[in-house]
Every structure is written in C-alpha cells, then in structure tokens.
Design a protein around this ligand. Structure first.
Ligand code: IPE
Ligand code: MG
Length: 234
C-alpha cells in the first residue's frame, strides 16, 4: 500500500494526512473484496524496514494502527471477515499486541474474507522464522534434515493454510516487491499502478482483476500443456 506520503505532499499537507487517507482506502478495498467474493486479501501495512523511518512518523503510525484496531474490528467481525496479523509481533507495544490478539480471537471462525495484515513484516523475516522453527524441530529430534523440502518450509511460512496469492498489486508507481511475501509470490501475477494508495478504489481494483483474467498462468509448463489441462478439467 504505497504512496500515502506523496499523496499528502502533493496537497502540501503533512505525511500523516496521507496515512489517514490511506486507512480509508483500506475500507474501500475490503468492501470491494467482500462484494466480489474474493477469498483472501493480504495488506502490507508496515514493513520490517519501516521501523527505520523518523521516530515521529513511526509513533504516529502506531497511534493510527491502534485507533484502527479499536474502531474497525467490530464492524469487520459483523461482516464476516476473519482478521489475522503476520509479522514480528514482539516489536509492537503491549496495547497493540493485545488488540491484535483480541481481533484474531473474535473473528477466528469467520469465513467471509481472510484478511491478513502484514505488520512489522518482511519476506526475509518470514523465511528466517520458518528456518528457525525447522532448526528447532531438528534439534529436538522431531524432524530429520532430509525431510526438509519445499512443503516443509511452506508449512511454516506465513499464510501456510491459504492458497498462494493469485494476484499481487502494488500502488504508487514503483516496480518492486520490497520484501513482501517473497516465498509465497513465486508464481503470483504481478500488477503495478501509478495510483497512490489513498486513491485506490473499486475501479482500479476492477482494472487489476480484468488484466489478471487475461493472463495465461503456465507454472513452468508449456502453453499447450496448460490448454490441455483446462480442456481436461472443463
Ligand atoms: C505507504 O506509504 C505507507 C507505509 C509504508 C506505512 P508511504 O509512506 O511509503 O508513501 P510514500 O512512498 O512516501 O508516498
Ligand atoms: Mg513508500
């Protein structure tokens, strides 16, 4: 979700105004997903690297995050959204951690939309934490090194219970992944837009889905193989 700062700067307003407008765009995207029956939405809210921003911006973002947790979770629950957080939770303060846990517990049984908020998240952190848990299991004698394969890593990475993402959307005009779901994005379709995050709306999301619908996903196979498979399953 990139471009909040630039959105505000273009209006000669403080960056935090952009972050607040960005929080409203989050609601628009969730509405779109609920409306269109999207199964899972993962939002990159705050990266491992974002902790390095100026102290006042990090502090204000934490306040905004806590406010959003306090004001939005009930409504998400009412709408059948299951909320979870992925990332290095230990870095947040007690109040935020408690709210995150409460939101997850409250919405655990919901099936309307799997909403994952990546906060203090980095794809490299995710791979490292999966490696750490594998190492622990080996050290405790519960796993043999020769049993560590892609499925074993995949089972310990964030969002392991969901299918890999079909579509990655980056706003704000930059053409990079910036340490988002590195493992999970292996065969995800990438889509980039110059739209700044606070301007994100149903029309832009629809454009992303329309483009996605025209992609041919081959997963390393040939076009003919893929066409054959579609023929078999239809
Ligand atoms: C994304 O907007 C929000 C966070 C990273 C928290 P930015 O703050 O990166 O906005 P730009 O890139 O400065 O416009
Ligand atoms: Mg940015």
């Amino acid at each position: 979700m990139d471009g909040n700062g630039r959105w505000a700067e273009r209006r000669r307003r403080p960056r935090m105004i952009g972050h607040r407008a960005g929080a409203r765009a989050v609601n628009a995207c969730i509405d779109f997903c609920l409306d269109r029956g999207v199964q899972a939405l993962t939002l990159f809210a705050f990266s491992s690297e974002n902790w390095g921003r100026p102290e006042d911006e990090v502090g204000a973002l934490m306040k905004l995050f806590l406010n959003a947790l306090e004001s939005e979770v009930q409504e998400l629950h009412r709408r059948g959204v299951r909320v979870r957080f992925i990332g290095e939770r230990e870095r947040f303060n007690d109040a935020i951690r408690a709210r995150m846990q409460a939101a997850e517990a409250l919405t655990e049984a919901n099936t309307g939309l799997h909403l994952s908020i990546a906060a203090s998240y980095g794809g490299r952190w995710d791979i490292a934490q999966a490696a750490r848990s594998l190492a622990r299991e080996v050290a405790e004698g519960r796993l043999r090194p020769e049993d560590i394969d892609e499925a074993a890593v995949g089972a310990r990475i964030a969002l392991a219970d969901l299918p890999p993402p079909d579509l990655f959307i980056r706003t704000g005009g930059d053409l990079r992944i910036s340490n988002f779901l590195l493992w999970q994005l292996a065969y995800t379709e990438l889509w980039f837009t110059d739209t700044l995050w606070p301007d994100m709306n149903a029309a832009v999301l629809q454009q992303a889905l329309d483009d996605y619908a025209n992609r041919e996903r081959r997963f390393g196979l040939t076009g003919a193989q893929v066409a054959g498979r579609q023929h078999e399953t239809s």
